[in-house]
Design a protein around this ligand. Sequence first.
Ligand code: FE2
Length: 231
Amino acid sequence: MIFRQFFDAESSTYTYLMASGQGREAVIIDPVREQLEHYLAAVTALELKLVKAIDTHTHADHITALGALRDRTGCVTLMGEFTKAECVSMSVREGERIDIDGVQLKALYTPGHTDESFSFVLRPERPAAVFTGDVLLIRGTGRTDFQGGDPHKSWDSIVNTLFRLPDDTLVYPAHDYKGWTASSIGEEKRHNPRLAGKDEAAYVDIMRNLNLANPKLMDVAVPANLACGKT
Ligand code: FE2
């Protein structure tokens, strides 16, 4: 299997490119518009045909490459069914499976960071990895104070959906700010400081008291991303 993790240093965003092998159809998750040429170079070098581009949610801190990738490759753009981005060409529901030329993904509805966030499980019959967007980060969780975010829903999505995956399922989030590149469900259960040994009330209290500034690109990125990054 081909698996590549890209990093956008400006927004600390991770993007994932996958295909079952060289020369096959490929999928990309959470691409950043500024890195478009980088992704296309990788697709060309690995002789892939990009057929799907997925956003886990409407990002507030960077502009998505979904629209640009669709223009350049003809790929299908995909988000969860509750997205307000009317530009996406395909939406998926909770539990729906997507097959990209042998790469199997299963959509999980995991609201909390936003009200339309989905996660995607790789190889759902025996989970290898989960792309969690911003709902579950490595040793952290995505903020819940805008875009329909809700700390109770975040807790429910993490504890009652993501933490039911096998402990050895790798966790690949949409961001990291400290140099982590991957984690696992078991590792986050044991070591995530917002979750380990906490109950829902304690978690909600933490999330309500983060006092974070808005992302500097938010007023630009959210409207742009509702148009798949076409500004
Ligand atoms: Fe986000």
